[in-house]
Design a protein around this ligand. Structure first.
Ligand SMILES: NC(=O)c1ccc[n+]([C@@H]2O[C@H](COP(=O)([O-])OP(=O)(O)OC[C@H]3O[C@@H](n4cnc5c(N)ncnc54)[C@H](OP(=O)(O)O)[C@@H]3O)[C@@H](O)[C@H]2O)c1
Length: 261
C-alpha cells in the first residue's frame, strides 16, 4: 500500500503505541485521523502531526457508532488501526464487574464495531486495511490479567476469521501480537503484584524484552505498507504466537477457495 497519500484512522492516537504509529505514518505522508477520550489528551498530537481529532469515550456505544461517520467527513478511510486499549489488572473475584465489562468493551467490542462500520466503505472501493492491535497476552496465560488476555484472544481470533471472510475483496487485515512495550499501560500493569511477579519470571527466563513504542510502531507501519497479515514482536516470542495460532492457520489453508460472496 502506498502510504504517501493514505488516510489513516488510529484509535488511541494521543499517546503510547498509537501516537508512535501516527508519527511513523505521518512521516511517510499519510493523513492521520486520531481518536482519544478528550480534546486535552490529543491536543499535542494534533499540533505536532496536523492530526484530525475525533474525541469521545469509545466505551460509550454511541461514540463507537459515530467515529467512522465522523472520520469519513474528511474523505475515505484507507486504513483503520484499532489501537485503543485498556488494562485493569487484578483478581477476577475481586474486580468491579464494570471494569471487566470495560476491558472487553474497549479492547474487543469496539474494534469489531468499527470494522463493521468501515467495511462497507472499504468493500465498495475494493481496497483498505484493518489493523487490530492485539497482544502476546492473547496466547499466554498469567494471573492478574485474565480478562485482558480474553479480550486480546478474542481480537486475534476475530482478525484471522475476518481475513478469511475478506479474501479476494481487496480489503486486508493485519493482527499485531506484541509483547511488552514501554508505555503508560506497562507501568500500570507492573503496579499489580501478580502481574509484576509473572513479568519478572518472564524476564528472568529471557522471554520478555521491553520494546520502545517507536520500535513496535515502525514494525506496524512496515506491515501496513507491505500488506502483511501479522506483526509478531519481540522475535524471541514469535514461536508462542505461531504455535498457538497453528489451528487457525490450518483452517485458513483448508478453506482456501471457499467462496466469500
Ligand atoms: N504497552 C504494552 O506493553 C502493550 C503490549 C501489547 C499490546 N498492547 C496494546 O497496544 C495498544 C496501545 O497500548 P498502549 O500501551 O499504547 O496504551 P496507553 O499508552 O495506555 O494508551 C492508550 C490509548 O488508548 C486511548 N483510550 C484508552 N481508553 C479509551 C477509551 N475508553 N476511549 C477512547 N480512547 C481510549 C487513550 O486515550 P486517552 O489519552 O484519551 O486516555 C490512549 O490514546 C492497546 O490495545 C494495548 O492493549 C500494549
Amino acid at each position: 500500500m502506498d502510504l504517501s497519500a493514505a488516510r489513516v484512522l488510529i484509535t488511541g492516537a494521543s499517546r503510547g503505541i498509537g501516537l508512535e504509529i501516527a508519527r511513523a505514518l505521518h512521516a511517510q505522508g499519510a493523513t492521520i485521523i486520531g481518536t482519544a477520550r478528550s480534546e486535552a489528551s490529543i491536543a499535542a498530537a494534533v499540533e505536532e502531526l496536523d492530526m484530525i481529532p475525533v474525541v469521545g469515550d469509545l466505551n460509550d456505544p454511541a461514540v463507537a457508532d459515530r467515529v467512522i461517520d465522523e472520520a469519513l467527513t474528511h474523505g475515505p478511510i484507507d486504513v483503520l488501526i484499532n489501537n485503543a486499549g485498556i488494562e485493569i489488572v487484578g483478581q477476577v473475584a475481586e474486580q468491579d464487574p464494570n471494569d471487566l465489562r470495560a476491558v472487553i468493551g474497549v479492547n474487543l467490542e469496539v474494534p469489531i464495531t468499527l470494522a463493521h462500520h468501515v467495511l462497507p466503505h472499504m468493500l465498495e472501493r475494493g481496497s483498505g486495511r484493518i489493523v487490530n492491535v492485539s497482544s502476546m497476552a492473547s496466547v499466554v496465560s498469567s494471573p492478574g490479567w485474565a480478562t485482558y488476555s480474553a479480550s486480546k484472544a478474542g481480537l486475534s481470533s476475530f482478525s484471522r476469521s475476518l481475513k478469511t471472510e475478506l479474501a479476494g475483496t481487496g480489503v486486508g487485515v493485519t493482527v499485531v501480537e506484541i509483547g511488552f512495550v514501554q508505555t503508560d499501560m506497562l507501568d500500570d500493569l507492573r503496579s499489580n503484584d501478580f502481574v509484576k511477579a509473572s513479568f519478572d519470571r518472564y524476564k528472568r527466563l529471557g522471554l520478555a524484552r521491553i520494546m520502545a513504542a517507536d520500535e513496535a510502531a515502525s514494525a506496524i507501519a512496515t506491515a501496513i505498507e507491505k500488506e502483511r497479515s501479522h506483526v509478531r514482536l519481540p522475535k524471541r516470542s514469535i514461536a508462542m504466537s505461531m504455535i498457538a495460532n497453528a489451528p487457525r492457520r490450518f483452517a485458513e489453508l483448508v478453506q482456501k477457495g471457499v467462496p466469500t460472496a
